[in-house]
Design a protein around this ligand. Sequence first.
Ligand SMILES: Cc1cc2nc3c(=O)[nH]c(=O)nc-3n(C[C@H](O)[C@H](O)[C@H](O)COP(=O)(O)OP(=O)(O)OC[C@H]3O[C@@H](n4cnc5c(N)ncnc54)[C@H](O)[C@@H]3O)c2cc1C
Length: 404
Amino acid sequence: MAASARVVIVGGGVTGLSTAYHLAQRSGVEVVLLEKGPVGDGSSTRAGGICTSQLWAQVPIQVRVIALRRFKELSEELPDYTYHDVGCLNLFDPEELELRLQMKKLWDQYSVANELLDADEMRRRWPALVIEDDIHGFLDERGGYSEPDEYVPALAAGCRRRGVDIREFTAISEPAIESGRCTGVRTASGVVEADRVLSATHAWSDTVLAQAGYQMPCKLFVHQRFVTSPMPRPVALPAVNHHPGGCYFRPADGNRMLLGIGSPDRMERPALAADERMAGLTIDEEHFARERERHLRHVDLGGPISFEITKIGITAHSVDGEPIMGPVPSVEGLFVAGCLHSGGFAYNPGAGYVLAEMLADETPSVDMSYYAADRFDPAEVQEFMATKIREGEQSHIRGRSKRH
Ligand SMILES: Cc1cc2nc3c(=O)[nH]c(=O)nc-3n(C[C@H](O)[C@H](O)[C@H](O)COP(=O)(O)OP(=O)(O)OC[C@H]3O[C@@H](n4cnc5c(N)ncnc54)[C@H](O)[C@@H]3O)c2cc1C
């Protein structure tokens, strides 16, 4: 990259903001972030905000280790933001436990906390947890959660303090491309020129990148989470990914509980149109009222509660279940970050950290070829995109698309 350069980031979710924040500390780099709505208008403010680094491959583990470190540091750097390091408990049935035990060596190698707890020990530590006898948990004691409604504005303010020019309510229609090189982005009020452009537009990626001739090999699913009324008594919980139960939960501000529920029967959906907002997404209320009651069996809340908040957004899953982060094939200067599955929030300070290194032409802290956009077999992509699947069928995809 030249001694002085301008990078335009499209998308003001956690991926775009975090990249901008980490990039902006480099001298000579001017960062402009364009967001078609207010910052956080996509999935980022809808996320559960749960984070663990207990993943199953070296590079994602390394990025999540950076993310957990940065969440802690950001608690110091960003006024009005606190990372809640209550631990993340990942629960498995006996079959899944066997697979996870094989990853222990990898977790140890990268200093990922992974204390194995049986049902009795989990009940002893968190008396409100209702756990079946054959369930085990791996505790990631550095894991935990952020409140997205606190984190996103705090990160945007941090970006502004570092000099990032955040332009809200500024949609880009397409990247500007001349002779195979990206020279900026087109907006209603003209071209914003750039030496490099990063599209971090998540569920809108196809809409934004179509003109660049690139389609994300990606399946999109609507996903939902809920927050209870205050619980009748104080309840101590870690953040819990309940894989056998198909749900996750964590403490939330005001002695509440956040509960996220998967929907295995739901069909994939197309990319969001340019003018479409996640605020317009709906779910079957009656079905999820029943589902919430069913999933409350995992916690003894000490009395009746109601649900006060519903958030509906989109998760995005690539052919192999892993994110796509790197140069867009055949267009020099154009980069993409997306397909961050149900873990893009947990990824973000780590993803932003390594994307900033990549955009600044520094040697990235991890092997970014793992995330390369051109890593897929074209025939596999073609078959993947031609087959319509339900959320519960993601696991037929190579990779392990469990919640992470
Ligand atoms: C209900 C739910 C719960 C989740 N829980 C968790 C969790 O507990 N932990 C976890 O790690 N992950 C979780 N996720 C996943 C996580 O929310 C996403 O992976 C993450 O937010 C993706 O961030 P992003 O910045 O890439 O995308 P987004 O936040 O969607 O940001 C993309 C932005 O691009 C903007 N944009 C789009 N098109 C244009 C354009 N043409 N011009 C300008 N701007 C544009 C959009 O307005 C949007 O703000 C959850 C997701 C959902 C839906």
